[in-house]
Ligand binder design. Sequence first.
Ligand code: ADP
Ligand code: MG
Length: 332
Amino acid sequence: MGQITLENVTKSFGDVEVIPPLDLTIEDGEFAVFVGPSGCGKSTLLRLIAGLEDITSGTIKIDGKDATNIPPAKRGLAMVFQSYALYPHMSVRKNIAFPLRMAGVPEDEQKRRIDQAAAALNLTDYLDRRPGQLSGGQRQRVAIGRAIVREPAAFLFDEPLSNLDAALRVGMRLEISELHKRLATTMIYVTHDQVEAMTMADKIVVLRAGNIEQVGSPLELYHTPRNLFVAGFIGSPKMNFVEGEEARKHNAATIGIRPEHIEVTSEGPWTGRVGVAEHLGSDTFFHIHDTGLAETLTVRAPGEINLKHGDTIHLTPREDLIHRFDDKGLRI
Ligand code: ADP
Ligand code: MG
């Protein structure tokens, strides 16, 4: 079991309120991602759930029971940090066993849980090695193993992949998602990277300055962002925003259109001049100038397309996929 509920939770450091009153429920077995720019309160929120910080007011419930005043070790949650802090002089087996030894779990039960965790994480052949003899990804798995053996009600991850290089990050992302499917345990995962959020989450919680901007599945956030912040934050490359006359034609203060929803066409309502092209092979992202709509429009085109810097082109937006926002930046 691992349902986590925050009711009217606030957090202040001194007289600075970093989390204004906040309500949130994470369901048992869910993979929830807290995402938002640096300093928006993601780690603070996770630490409040873990009990590593005291909340200023409100209630935290775990499986319906008030956990607000329960110390971290008794909440049944396991935290995995970015810096994995393994003991260098201990074997992988001993590192994973550490929390069980601390808790006085009998030897044979320790062994059962370690073998099971090692198998889940492909670490069986490495149990006698020391952390120094492992790759970065394997070390991160050992840190996760140390959390798994506690058989927690929920796993809490704070930017666990930030120290890894890009290729390894993609691999570990998949491993953690696989692990979640296998364990079916609640996971809360903090990241500033919206791609991680989109690819891993059942439920994304977008935070800005301690406020929840939107909660939803990856595709809900992609298709129906509630405001300009979420619209600009979710999706890569970013959504294009257009104000002025073109927006007014759509009865909006601002319209948004994603790069993948603008087509390069032989005729079309919009014209512009080709600027920098980013070739990914599968796709090309063009930065288009002189449209009279915005300083730059980003457009996704096929990988092989015959356009040169400086060419004048026509563009056709998918009218049905234009997002409309009012003068307060809220979705219409
Ligand atoms: P994130 O993890 O999203 O980058 P944090 O939760 O670490 O953000 O921080 C949120 C805000 O709270 C920041 O403005 C940060 O400076 C402030 N903050 C975090 N921890 C403390 C602390 N122990 N004392 C004072 N301010 C803090
Ligand atoms: Mg943080």
